[in-house]
Design a protein around this ligand. Structure first.
Ligand code: COA
Length: 158
């Protein structure tokens, strides 16, 4: 499968990413009362993150179709630490092992920014994501806010 990545563009991708977010929150029973406001806040966060590097929040493309999204960034307070804020693969492309291509992208970006550790928070209800992250080497650290669990992965910088 030919996969490429391109930076999030607020004018053309806001709706797509909002749908990804709403779908994930519905699935985990975490959809807030005002999903539109939630999406607007999230899109602003993406735009802020992109000011530091447009490689941090990217759409995953196959044959000109958006098949997913990766939101990964290096902390601006502690540059050796990265955060994986959100990843999403559209339903028809799931369970095909695309996670390994996503993880390759994440590894490349983390290495480029000299990150030694990456954290993420995942909803306790998101059993698929919990299995997914464990498969790709993330370990549990403990509880996080809003019924989430914090996971981490260490990187060895060559
Ligand atoms: C999580 C997600 C990105 C996984 O994508 P994917 O393309 O299916 O991932 P892969 O094919 O690489 O699967 C890797 C592993 O994840 C786990 N997994 C994926 N789908 C699963 C399912 N339906 N049931 C159980 N485990 C599953 C398995 O451990 C799988 O390994 P295996 O196929 O060897 O059993 C995708 O399900 C998704 O976009 N979900 C909605 C968004 C979301 O929840 N994001 C995470 C929160 S930030």
């Amino acid at each position: 499968m030919n996969i490429t990545f391109r930076p999030f563009n607020v004018d053309t991708d806001k709706e797509t990413i909002s749908q990804f977010l709403v779908d994930t929150k519905k699935m985990t029973g975490t959809l807030p009362e005002d999903p539109q406001k939630d999406c607007d806040i999230y899109v602003s966060a993406i735009q802020n993150t992109q000011k530091r590097s447009n490689e941090f929040c990217v759409l995953v493309i196959s044959n000109n179709i958006t098949i997913g999204f990766i939101d990964i960034f290096a902390s601006n307070k502690n540059p050796q630490v990265g955060f994986l804020r959100f990843i999403y693969i559209i339903k028809s492309f799931r369970r095909k092992g695309l996670g390994s291509i996503i993880m390759e992208y994440i590894n490349k970006i983390m290495e480029k920014h000299s990150c030694k550790k990456i954290y993420l928070d995942v909803s306790k209800n998101n059993e698929i994501a919990l299995a997914f992250y464990q498969k790709y080497g993330f370990k549990f650290l403990g509880k996080a806010k809003n019924n989430h669990l914090r996971m981490f992965k260490d990187f060895i910088i060559q």
